[in-house]
Every structure is written in C-alpha cells, then in structure tokens.
Design a protein around this ligand. Structure first.
Ligand code: MN
Length: 334
C-alpha cells in the first residue's frame, strides 16, 4: 500500500481530524493546511485547523483562513480540539517543538494517530505513526497535491482546494525559481490551473500589497542599510527597532527583504538582521554551492532549509552581525 492510500484510509476512519502547522505561519503552512482542510471537507468529513499563532495580513484573503483556531488566542478551545482528536496532522514541520512549548504539550499527550507531511530535514520519526516526508520537494503544499493525486482523488480537485496549494508552492519556491522546483512542480501547477486556480490572483494577493510605509522601509533598508562584505560575495541588511518604528513596522513588513540583498549580482549569501521584541531575528538566504542551514543552527539557534534559514540572537545587533561575519569563513564552501 502506498503512503497516500494509507493516509487516505486514516482520514476515512477518523471522526475528529485536526490539522496543525508550525509557529509563525507562512504561505506554505497556510497553503498546505487549508488545501488539506478543503480536501477533507470535500470528502464530507469534519476537520479543524489549529495553528499556534495567527497568519500575517498578506494571507488573510485565503478562503476560510478565519476558521483556523489560533492557540494563542483561544488556548482552551485549541487544546480541547487537539486532545480530543483521533487523527492529527503535522504539516510543514516535523518536530513537535515547532508549534511552541505550550501547544506542544497537547500534541505530545494527545492519543490521536499522528501523521506528518513535510519537506524539512530530519523528521522526528519516533513521534509519528505515518511519515510522509520528502526533503527534495520545495513545499508541503506540493506534497498535499501528491497525496490527493496519489490516493486517486484528483477528480475532487477544484479551485477551493487548489488555490491554497498554489499559494504554498509559489511562496516556498520563491515564485518557482529555487533549485527545489522540479518538472513535477510545473506539472502540478498545470493541474491546479486546469482545476480552476487563477494564478494571477494569487500573485496579486501576495505581492501587490505594499503599504506606503513598507515600501519606504524597503527603500531605506536597501539604500542606507545594506552592506557587502569586503572579501566574500556576501551581503547583509540590518535594521534597529528604532528604524523599524520610524516606518511604523508591522509584522510582515520585512518579509522577503533579505532576497533584495541576495539579488545583487554575484552575491551568494545574504542575511537580514532585525531587532524585534528585544531580540535579533536573523534570516539567511543562499544560492548554488552555499548553504545556510548549518550556520543558522550553530550560530543563531535556528534552522530551516539549505537555501533559506533563520534564527535568533539574544544580544545586541552589532554582536549578532559580528558573530555572522567572524564565522562566515567556516561555513563558506569554496
Ligand atoms: Mn514549507
């Protein structure tokens, strides 16, 4: 039996299905969660999505996204759903601590059957009853599509299921440009479009949403706050909390800013350091031979994908930058 059929059988058997995803939702966690949610709804089953925290504003247009139960906002209700579930999905993360320490307790104590569908490295296979992990695929949303196709239910695919999947694939592949994009990715996109997904609407909803403040912050960051390291093709941007406040910073305003640094001709590694909530948040991006997930893990208590990782630093902005600069050569693959 294929893993797709196995998962489909579990869905058919279950009565109380809960879909979870990681903290700080992104396009893929929302896309995969809502794609699977809509698919299970279409099978005529009841299902809840429980996320640790709320989706950023640029994802509020996604159909039924407001039905997601947010643990941070309604802890008791969210905990009850998880505890009472007989089938639990972990989407776009593969270790229970990625939902945050509080919500993790309920995942750990839940008696539900547990299924992980994910594309990050090193899944916690002990924790799950069924593991559908593919670290070569660019997004979890693409894996949800593969599940629907693999269990022979492609006839149910419509734009309601397909639109969030398109969103997740698009955002996690940098609009279909990362090395993780495969011919299968484009075949998936074609099938989503045939099912009625309006790709241009998804792009518009995600990318044409700048506020004037955000655009000015990005202009400031790229004109005043970008540095290229002298002897390596590495660039970084740093922003203090005062600078963020000056542009009325809202969550999501620095999203993708690190890619501006990576877009400089010849640059292979880019970083963004931003001072938020009293800590330094770090985003790392890379290309080609260079990978950044080890650096994120070792230096900034973080992790992620080979080409897109992040972490955190408890200290000053300048200390975080020094830590990055002083250790770069160790992670440089010549
Ligand atoms: Mn993902």
């Amino acid at each position: 039996m294929t893993v797709y059929q196995e998962i489909f059988d579990e869905i058919q058997k279950a009565n109380k299905i809960v879909i979870t995803s990681h903290r700080s939702p992104d396009g893929d966690s929302i896309g995969s969660s809502m794609g699977l949610f809509q698919f299970i709804c279409k099978l005529g089953k009841t299902v809840h999505v429980v996320h640790p925290d709320k989706a950023p504003g640029f994802l509020h247009w996604v159909q039924d996204v407001h039905q997601i139960e947010i643990y941070d906002e309604e802890k008791e209700k969210a905990a009850e759903l998880i505890t009472g579930a007989d089938l639990l999905f972990s989407l776009d993360y593969n270790a229970s601590d990625r939902v945050g320490a509080e919500m993790e307790i309920f995942l750990r104590t839940s008696k539900a059957r547990k299924i992980v569908i994910d594309h990050h490295l090193n899944p916690d296979i002990e924790f799950y009853d069924i593991v559908f992990s593919d670290t070569y695929t660019g997004s979890t949303s693409e894996l949800i599509f593969r599940l629907i196709e693999g269990c022979g239910k492609l006839d149910l695919l419509d734009s309601t299921i397909g639109t969030p999947l398109y969103l997740g694939i698009m955002t996690d592949t940098g609009s279909f440009r990362f090395p993780s994009v495969s011919p299968e990715t484009h075949e998936t996109l074609a099938k989503l479009m045939r099912a009625g997904v309006k790709h241009y609407e998804v792009h518009e909803q995600v990318f044409d949403t700048n506020t004037l403040d955000r655009l000015k912050l990005r202009g400031f960051a790229t004109s005043e706050k970008i540095e290229v390291i002298h002897d390596l093709p590495v660039a970084f941007i740093s922003l203090t909390s005062d600078e963020l406040n000056k542009f009325n910073y809202e969550k999501g305003d620095t999203e993708g800013l690190v890619n501006m640094a990576l877009s400089i001709q010849g640059i292979k590694i880019a970083a963004l350091f931003s001072e938020k909530d009293g800590v330094i948040k770090i985003s790392l991006r890379s290309k080609g031979e260079q990978i950044v997930n080890e650096m994120a893990k070792d230096l900034f208590d973080g992790g992620g994908h080979k080409y897109a990782s992040g972490g955190i630093f408890y200290g000053s902005l300048s200390d975080a930058i020094d830590r990055f600069k002083n250790n770069l050569s160790k992670y440089w693959s010549a």
